[in-house]
Ligand binder design. Structure first.
Ligand SMILES: NC(=O)c1ccc[n+]([C@@H]2O[C@H](COP(=O)([O-])OP(=O)(O)OC[C@H]3O[C@@H](n4cnc5c(N)ncnc54)[C@H](OP(=O)(O)O)[C@@H]3O)[C@@H](O)[C@H]2O)c1
Length: 343
């Protein structure tokens, strides 16, 4: 006898009854060799098969993140790709098609959002993906799939930085570089939520918006050198690194003795730890963890209205190359999302 879920709203139960068997093949955007955005093209590939505790998910929308473009160009995590052609994409919002077992809490039809273990297996620029069940959470009911797809990788990065690494708390003085981007706009909101005094660097056009999200001070990086106006912060969350204008090196000047410098684009400054030690500053790099439990907490904050996701641009899956050109421009406000299929 088939196990029937005991809990769930009427709407959810109706959706549970409507899940179709997956097809054998699907549309995916792949690349055959490293290069610029034009190497991305649509292809027909087999629908992956879940094993053991994995879920098969129908993707409705996929997040576009800088790591996707870096990897496509031959940097990022390209060395870890098992083979080419490969499908990019780390995060998604969609609907469960296959659950690991009959009594699993995420039954077919359940709307979920989360991360895949790309690059070890397939990405989310595709109609279906196999996902570890611990890397997903129920989609926040107040968000559309397109909105939810903008959350997982960026918000989990911000959560790991602000909550788990910086231990944000009342009165903590934190400086966040690139506060207007995907990770930054969540980091600003989480830090403010936990009572920190938040200073951010961003372009002037994002200033009013970032104050609405909880920043106390917004520094226009195009007109003001942050080290001229900030000093003695407890923590720097550096989402820029030493690629542009030596943001990392300059950041060490504004951290109080014994404070913490966190480098997020880890490849941009191999010597950060020695430089920080010489400056009397603690330091660490950071790598996002695909933590479904933390994502469920973020989902509750989104549903409560305490935290918002900002979607800058939405592209169709067919236009993934244009989405990469947009993310590589480096001036996204919030998130870029690919629409993969209908809800
Ligand atoms: N290690 C990890 O686990 C991990 C996880 C996630 C992301 N990352 C890395 O972290 C970085 C940020 O990711 P993201 O998704 O937030 O990127 P993103 O959304 O593309 O960031 C775009 C933002 O960067 C701002 N910006 C550009 N140059 C700046 C500068 N010199 N000073 C201050 N702000 C600047 C832009 O502001 P304006 O538009 O106002 O100019 C824009 O709002 C990327 O390098 C990404 O690969 C690492």
């Amino acid at each position: 006898m088939r196990f029937r879920p005991l809990r769930g709203s009427t709407a959810e139960s109706t959706e549970l009854a409507q899940v179709a068997d997956p097809p054998q093949s699907m549309r995916a955007v792949v690349f055959d060799a490293p290069g610029d955005a034009s190497v991305l093209h649509e292809s027909t590939v087999p629908v992956p098969a879940p094993a053991l505790s994995e879920l098969l998910v129908r993707i409705v929308a996929a997040g576009v993140n800088p790591i996707d473009a870096k990897t496509r160009s031959g940097a990022g995590v390209s060395a870890l790709l098992p083979a080419l052609p490969s499908t990019l994409g780390f995060d998604f919002s969609g609907v469960v098609v296959r659950a690991p077992f009959e009594a699993h809490p995420l039954q077919p039809g359940t709307p979920v959002f989360g991360m895949v273990p790309f690059p070890r297996s397939g990405g989310t620029y595709a109609e279906y993906a196999v996902v570890p069940s611990l890397s997903v959470a129920r989609k926040p009911s107040s968000l559309s799939h397109v909105e939810a797809a903008g959350v997982p990788l960026a918000a989990l990065t911000a959560w790991g930085l602000v909550v788990e690494t910086a231990h944000a708390h009342e009165g903590q003085r934190v400086l966040i570089h690139a506060g207007g981007g995907g990770v930054g706009h969540f980091a600003v909101q989480f830090a403010a939520y936990f009572g920190a005094h938040v200073t951010v660097t961003a372009s002037g056009a994002n200033s009013a918006w970032l104050r609405e999200l909880g920043a106390s001070v917004v520094i226009d990086y195009a007109t003001t050198r942050f080290e001229d106006v900030v000093a003695d912060v407890d923590v720097v969350i550096d989402l820029v690194g030493n690629v542009h204008g030596h943001t990392g090196t300059r950041s060490l000047q504004v951290v109080r003795p014994g404070g913490l410098y966190i480098l997020v684009p880890t490849g941009s400054w191999p010597g950060y730890a020695d430089a920080a030690a010489q400056a009397g500053v603690r330091s660490t790099s950071y790598k996002v963890v695909p933590d479904g439990g933390a994502l469920a907490t973020v989902g509750r904050l989104l549903d409560s209205g305490a935290v918002q996701v900002y979607i800058d641009k939405v592209f169709d899956l067919t236009d993934a190359a244009a989405a990469h050109v947009a993310i590589e421009d480096g001036h996204t406000r919030g998130k870029i999302v690919l629409r993969v299929s209908d809800d």
